[in-house]
Design a protein around this ligand. Sequence first.
Ligand code: SAH
Length: 370
Amino acid sequence: MTPLEREIREIIETEGPIPVSDYMRLCLTHPRYGYYVTRDPLGVRGDFVTAPEVSQMFGELIGAWAAMVWQQMGSPAKVHLVELGPGRGTLMADALRAAKGLPAFRAAVSVHLVEISRALRALQEQTLAQARPVHWHEAIEAIPGGPSIVIANEFVDALRVHQFVKDSDGWHLRVIGLVDDKLGFLVAPTPMPKAFNEKSPDAPTGAILELRDDAAIAHLSRRFVQEGGAALIFDYGNTALGFGETLQAVRNHQYADPLADPGEADLTTQVNFGELVVAARRKGAATHGPITQGEFLRRLGIEVRAARLKENATAQQAADIDAALARLTAPDQMGELFKVLAIAAPKLGPLPGFEDLSFPGAPQARARNP
Ligand code: SAH
């Protein structure tokens, strides 16, 4: 039994079953035994591989995107370039290298990394040893005021979700308790208040509803409306609201049982981008997309970038660049499962990569070549 399971059992024995959201938060970010707190989960030897670890092209294109958005913001003399959950720091290092192409932007940037893991922060310090200035924070709320451009890759999927189960008398919170002396899913006895039940009255009995804690999205949206800026959010997930549970555990590149060995596996849920759009607009921010990662990267010119990198490459390197391009953009790889959403100050107008898509509630898109 993992030390975290022992602790969770103690909580359940003294206080009763815990909500799925608390379980997820404990497993990922418990100060001593949390999955992210204790290790580097990324890469071939870790549990999963992310887009910036696949190719430098990913972070470079995001750096170019950030530079364009900064110009669209009116080239403010100071801008925070923020990354949420920066992993090994690879994306930020690649983005800053690309940003040198626009020296005025690079000079305006101060980097802010929001990271809860001490192990990963140490790696980020190494990766970004040459970059200045870089500030670390444990929570988004700690980032100082001012205009900001925020990047998040595979961060939102690790933010906790609340799960609910529909019964004949309404929605009930889904909880985790002890079943035959093992951790197991249970349903809280009392239904949710009436107002909650009015939201989805037609769901069939047994349906499961997942709602993500939207504090982070609400905070960013409010910040952009008041101080200017935009966020670019990449993650695996869907565009529409729907029912069903998506909690998954990944360990050593394989799916695992989410209730087995708490703290030892990455726990995530599919991002419901429709939910993020609603949370952002509620705070008055504009949203752009979501579109698929493949389409977004093509719109930013990933194919041209790959061709340029191949010009000076050996045959093996060229093959690697092609493989990385396919991995990031092909429909049967990350290209369609992953989506991209931008949240921004409404006055920014259409953003790079999203130009000719029209969004209700956001300013009308301009034609690209009038
Ligand atoms: N963006 C990186 C890493 C993705 S893994 C990449 O694409 O490679 C998720 C990252 O978010 C890790 O750095 C993890 O430590 C961090 N993280 C997860 N939950 C967090 C939280 N609640 N607050 C801050 N950082 C968090």
